[in-house]
Design a protein around this ligand. Structure first.
Ligand SMILES: [Zn+2]
Length: 341
C-alpha cells in the first residue's frame, strides 16, 4: 500500500518551518474543501489527504517519527511498542494513530493516510475572518460574502454581483511603505479594497454556509476569492437540509372525502392524493422531490403539510350544511383532554 509523503501532499520541503507548513495546509485545505468543490467527488479524498498529512506534520512527535521511519518504518511506540509484524505493521505506520473515532469512520479502501475527522470541524477555522470584505490575513486568498436567491441555490444558476475585495496594494507591493515613507495609496496598510463585478456559477443544491471558490480573484492574482454563501429564505418553500417542507391548504370536503390535489414543489407541480379523513396538520411525503445533495448525489424529499380551511362565507344554507356536518362527529373530540394540571 503506497503511502503518500505528507511533505509532498502539502507541497513543502522537509526543512519547512511550522509556519510554512501551516500556511501551505490552510491554503490547500481551503482549495480542496468539499464545500468549495461541490459536485466534485475527488475533492473529499484530496481534502482528507491534506488533512491527514497535516495531522502528521503539525505534531512534533508524529513528524519526528515520520522523518525517522518514513513510509515503511514500523513506528514502535517509545514505551510499549507492539511487536514487529503485528497488527500495527499491517495497518501501516499511521493506521492506528490518526484514526479518530467518529461516526463517519475511516476512508474505505483509500490507502495512504487515514483521516476521519469531521470536515465541518475544520471549516470555520480555515475560513476564519471570512466576513464581507475581510481578507484572510497574510494569505494570498481573500474572502467575501454574498446572498443568493433561493431559486439559484436550489436549481443552480449564474449570479452577478459586485464584491469588495481586499487586494494587495500594487503601488508598494503590499509592504505598506515606499522608500522610507508610508505608501500614499494604501496609507501604509499594504491593502486596498477594490470593488469588482463578478459573475459566478452556483451549483444546484448549495445551502447557507457553503463557500464558492473564484480562482485568481484573491488578494493577489495567485490567490483565490472565497465567497461565503447565504441563501435567501423563500416565502413558501422551507428548506430543511435536503428536504422541502411546505403547507398546502385544502377544503373541508377534500379532507373529508379525499382528493387528488396539485402540490407545488421546487421543480414544478406534482399531482398527489390525500386520503379520505385527512386531518389538518397531517404531513405527506413526495419522495425525491426535494433538493439534490451535491456531496452524496442523493435527492431530498418534499413534505407537504395539509391545512384544512373552513369556509368563511356565512349563508343560511351554509349553516344548515355545517350543522349536518357536526352530526358526523361520533364522539366529543375533547373528551380525553385533561381539564388542567
Ligand atoms: Zn501601498
Amino acid at each position: 500500500m503506497a503511502m503518500k509523503d505528507p511533505y509532498e501532499v502539502l507541497g513543502v520541503s522537509r526543512t519547512a518551518s511550522d509556519a510554512e507548513i501551516k500556511k501551505a495546509y490552510r491554503r490547500l485545505a481551503r482549495k480542496s474543501h468539499p464545500d468549495v468543490n461541490l459536485g466534485d467527488a475527488g475533492a473529499h479524498k484530496r481534502f482528507q489527504e491534506i488533512a491527514a498529512a497535516y495531522e502528521i506534520l503539525k505534531d512534533p512527535r508524529k513528524k519526528e517519527r515520520y522523518d525517522r521511519f518514513g513510509e515503511t518504518g514500523e513506528a514502535p511506540e517509545p514505551s510499549a511498542g507492539p511487536p514487529r509484524g503485528g497488527p500495527w505493521a499491517q495497518q501501516g505506520p499511521f493506521g492506528r494513530d490518526f484514526r479518530k473515532t467518529s461516526p463517519g469512520g475511516g476512508t474505505p479502501g483509500g490507502g495512504g493516510f487515514r483521516w476521519s475527522g469531521d470536515v465541518s470541524d475544520l471549516f470555520s477555522d480555515l475560513f476564519s475572518g471570512g466576513g464581507a470584505g475581510i481578507g484572510l490575513g497574510e494569505d494570498e486568498d481573500a474572502a467575501a460574502a454574498i446572498t443568493i436567491p433561493f431559486r439559484d441555490a436550489v436549481l443552480g444558476g449564474t449570479v452577478s454581483f459586485s464584491a469588495r475585495i481586499p487586494r494587495r496594494c500594487s503601488r508598494c507591493r503590499g509592504t505598506g511603505h515606499l522608500a522610507k515613507a508610508a505608501c500614499p495609496a494604501c496609507h501604509g496598510s499594504g491593502s486596498l479594497v477594490e470593488t469588482e463585478s463578478l459573475t459566478v456559477r452556483i451549483p444546484a443544491g448549495v445551502d447557507t454556509g457553503a463557500r464558492i471558490r473564484v480562482p485568481g480573484k484573491g488578494r493577489t492574482e495567485n490567490g483565490d476569492l472565497y465567497l461565503a454563501i447565504t441563501v435567501e429564505k423563500h416565502p413558501y418553500f422551507n428548506r430543511e437540509g435536503d428536504d422541502i417542507v411546505a403547507e398546502v391548504p385544502v377544503t373541508v370536503p377534500e379532507a373529508y372525502l379525499g382528493a387528488e390535489i396539485e402540490v407545488p414543489t421546487v421543480k414544478g407541480p406534482v399531482r398527489a392524493r390525500i386520503p379520505a379523513g385527512t386531518a389538518s396538520g397531517q404531513r405527506f411525503r413526495l419522495k425525491g422531490r426535494g433538493i439534490e445533495n451535491l456531496r452524496t448525489g442523493t435527492t431530498g424529499d418534499h413534505y407537504y403539510r395539509v391545512r384544512v380551511v373552513v369556509p368563511t362565507v356565512q349563508t343560511e344554507e351554509g349553516r344548515h350544511l355545517v350543522e349536518a356536518l357536526g352530526k358526523l362527529y361520533a364522539r366529543d373530540l375533547r373528551a380525553d383532554l385533561p381539564r388542567g394540571l
